[in-house]
Design a protein around this ligand. Structure first.
Ligand code: IPM
Ligand code: SF4
Length: 459
């Protein structure tokens, strides 16, 4: 029987298999940030264990960082503490840190790919659920808990059960204005937020083959919102082109050899998955969520379904929506374009292209938060900054920002925010805030119109 992409990468990294039990998996890259690393460092210190391979670890500060005046001392005490702890821990343990203000600083899932740290065929972990993003490169990448962070510090391995495999194919071509974010919101709306539990997903078919790396990252990022351990896309020419020339990318002979190896990773024709789904690209349209989990999504022109169950009704109550409502023309006062789902240069190009020559609506506060310093630099160099600022959008400094509102970027109670992030849980963007997930194009159109509009009827 043939092997899947997932099996090939997994099998290459098995250190040992415990009989009738889990496996010990070698981890090539361990990414860390300020929120989930402190207790792990403490645990090692308490047990007097040193870090096994500090050179395999890369650290950044992203969740707590302010998006204004990053050159000034951080005002929030808890954040300041966590950031200082990260710096100290990295210094003590010889870990490369791209801290606040560093030219490579940014959201962990944005910086590793753009620096060429993320490469096909690797295993990567981070104490963060959206580590699944890196699967876009044909990498087994998954989030781990704090105790596992300590385990990886000590051994560069994790002990884990091998997940089952699922393939989701989308064939055909996407209509204009339908973005990778719409594809993944559509898939989650169709399959539900528990459909991926216990699985690693491979996305296959025309739509993903024709997608840019930025788009593939958006899709893999949200695999976790289906409950999956992670998502992957087979490496191909698009992947290699993206990787070539980046700071930590392999070069010359090494690159040639690696590409040869990466080519061998594609799923074999006769490989069998534990579960398979397929969709037609033509059925996908611009999406928006109306509820409090990412699976509660509809095409922007559809009405809220009349599902009868308590949690559905509770969710609508929180959102202030009714069954059968259309979201078109609902006034929106906040728009957030950012987060590890949609804060790469391509996302801002799409938004800027729509916004160019227009003005944001008076009622809207529109935040543009780049995923990294490098993206921020590109925004400036490509003239997107002028487009955003002339249109009345606020361009901030990089970080997680309003995606989870651990810093000052909070959406006020009761307000709606059309957001390009990945989670619309109750209070996610600030206490009492109400999040509607959408693509950067939909978000841009809402900022300009001050209400939800059918993107296919505006330009
Ligand atoms: C803070 C961190 C542990 C968390 C995660 O794991 O996803 C955060 O990044 C999120 O998006 O909710
Ligand atoms: S941007 Fe949001 S989803 Fe991504 S790592 Fe930060 S908080 Fe988590």
């Amino acid at each position: 029987m043939g092997k899947t992409l997932f099996d090939k990468v997994w099998d290459q990294h098995i250190v040992t298999t415990i009989e009738n039990g889990p496996q010990v998996l070698y981890i090539d890259k361990h990414l860390i940030h300020e929120v989930t690393s402190p207790q792990a460092f403490k645990e090692l210190e308490n047990r007097n264990i040193s870090l096994f391979r500090p050179k395999q670890i890369v650290a950044t500060a992203d969740h707590n960082t302010p998006t204004k005046d990053q050159h000034l001392p951080v005002k929030d005490l808890l954040s300041k503490n966590q950031l200082e702890q990260l710096s100290e821990n990295c210094k003590k343990n010889n870990i490369e840190l791209y801290g606040l203000g560093h030219k490579y600083n940014g959201i962990v899932h944005v910086i590793a790919p753009e620096l060429g740290i993320t490469q096909p065929g690797m295993t990567m972990v981070c104490g963060d659920s959206h580590t699944s993003t890196h699967g876009a490169f044909g990498t087994i990448a998954f989030g781990i808990g704090t105790s596992q962070v300590a385990q990886v510090f000590a051994s560069q391995c994790v002990i884990t059960e091998k997940p089952k495999t699922m393939r989701i194919s989308v064939n055909g071509s996407l209509a204009n204005g339908v973005l990778p974010k719409d594809v993944i919101l559509y898939i989650i709306a169709k399959l539900g937020t528990n459909s991926g539990t216990g699985y690693f997903i491979e996305y296959a078919g025309d739509v993903f083959e024709n997608m840019t790396m930025e788009g593939r990252m958006t899709v893999c990022n949200m695999s976790i919102e289906m409950g999956a351990r992670g998502g992957m896309i087979a490496p191909d020419e698009t992947t290699y082109k993206y990787i070539i020339g980046r700071k930590f990318s392999p070069k010359d002979e090494e690159l040639k050899n690696k590409i040869q190896y990466w080519e061998s990773l594609k799923t074999d024709k006769n490989a069998v998955f534990d579960a398979e789904y397929s969709f037609d690209a033509e059925d996908i349209a611009p999406m928006i969520t109306y509820g409090t989990n990412p699976g509660m999504g509809i095409k922007i022109t559809e009405t809220i379904p009349s599902t009868k169950n308590d949690s559905f009704e509770k969710s609508l109550l929180y959102m202030g929506f009714e069954k059968g409502d259309s979201l078109i023309n609902k006034p929106i006062n906040y728009v957030f374009i950012g987060s590890c789902t949609n804060s790469r240069i391509e996302d801002f190009r799409v938004a800027a292209n729509y916004i160019k020559g227009k003005q944001k609506a008076k009622n809207v506060q529109a935040l543009i938060v780049p995923g990294s310093q490098l993206v921020a630099k590109q925004i400036k160099e490509e003239g997107l900054q002028d487009i955003f600022e002339n249109a009345g959008f606020e361009l901030r400094q990089p970080g997680c920002s309003a995606c989870l509102a651990m810093n000052d970027d909070k959406i006020p109670e009761g307000e709606y925010c059309v957001s390009t992030s990945n989670r619309n849980f109750e209070g996610r963007q600030g206490q009492g805030s109400r999040t509607l997930l959408a693509s950067p194009l939909v978000a841009a159109s809402v900022a300009v119109e001050g209400r939800i509009v059918d993107i296919s009827k505006t330009n």
